[in-house]
Design a protein around this ligand. Structure first.
Ligand code: NAD
Length: 273
């Protein structure tokens, strides 16, 4: 039996939005380490410079581009820059996203107190940012007749988490759009353009450590509830995502499109009893 080298992405050109963030930069390093060229697009100049330094140290071929996933003109200019420099775009990872306190209920602000602007910002960053980047970079894939778009959904796309209705709704929309775009690309552009998503579970990162662990390193109530609902009995870390990301953007998954893959230690499979 001839099993292809399923992880071979050597020489591919891979754009990552939000690529200077916690997960985006981990993906950039892993993908660069496999011999692909990485284009890191992010809003934050300082984080872009830090990610660039790390990629430099690793000897990865890369470019950084400052820009917003909410600005179609900036995204189109970025896509043109990538094609001018490298001749093609093989992979787009839509990593820009996240929640905000302005769209989160707490002791002071209940559901009725949430304002439209906060909800709109979170919804737009996660959903519209994925949509617009897929248009700008995906159009080149349609011209090439091949490519891969990988979206970043979340656990709360399957069942919403408490407190964060806009983020939950936006990630549900990202999962739904992943399926929609997979069909549209395959039927109307090329069967060799695939669209998938990962749905990370609860990862312990510097940004949410204070929510999940107290000062003594013990689980907070919310942290304990998460662990109680995670059959594998631990938080994930960014490295847990990487082999699935590499598999999804590599030729070895060539018959996989429209899939939203949970990477969650079993959280989404567990009803709680
Ligand atoms: P992060 O905040 O570290 O990274 C997000 C990056 O996006 C940042 O570098 C930020 O500067 C950038 N960004 C923000 N607005 C932008 C814009 N308009 N245009 C371009 N870039 C912009 O967050 P993260 O934890 O690395 O999350 C990455 C993705 O993974 C997000 O979509 C998030 O919702 C999702 N996710 C994260 C977790 C987790 O536990 N960390 C779990 C599930 C899903």
């Amino acid at each position: 039996m001839n099993v292809p080298n399923s992880y071979d992405i050597d020489g591919k050109v891979c754009v990552i939005t939000g690529g200077a963030g916690v997960l985006g930069s981990a993906m950039a390093k892993a993908i660069g380490q496999q011999g692909a060229t990485v284009v890191v697009l992010d809003l934050d100049d300082e984080k872009l410079a830090m990610t660039g330094d790390e990629l430099d140290e690793m000897g990865v071929e890369y470019t950084t581009i400052q820009g917003s996933v909410l600005d179609r003109a900036e995204l189109e200019a970025a896509a043109e820059t990538v094609v001018d420099e490298y001749g093609r775009i093989d992979v787009l990872i839509n990593g820009a996203g996240g929640n905000s306190p302005e769209a989160t209920t707490d002791e002071e602000t209940d559901f009725f107190g949430l304002n439209a602007e906060g909800v709109e910002n979170v919804f737009n960053l996660n959903f519209l940012g994925t949509f617009l980047a897929s248009q700008a970079f995906g159009e080149y894939m349609a011209q090439q007749g091949e490519g891969h778009i990988l979206n970043v959904s979340s656990m709360n796309a399957f069942t919403p988490l408490t407190k964060i209705p806009a983020y939950s709704g936006a990630k549900a929309a990202v999962s739904n759009f992943t399926e929609w775009l997979a069909v549209d690309m395959a039927q109307n552009h090329s069967p060799d353009i695939r669209v998938n998503a990962i749905a990370p579970g609860f990862l312990l990162t510097e940004q949410n450590r204070y929510l999940l662990l107290d000062d003594d390193g013990e689980l907070t109530d919310r942290g304990q509830q998460i662990i109680d609902h995670t059959p594998q009995d631990r938080f994930g870390d960014p490295e847990d995502l990487l082999s699935t990301v590499l598999w999804l953007i590599a030729p070895g998954s060539e018959f996989v499109t429209g899939a939203v893959i949970p990477i969650d230690g079993g959280f989404s499979a567990y009803s709680g009893v």
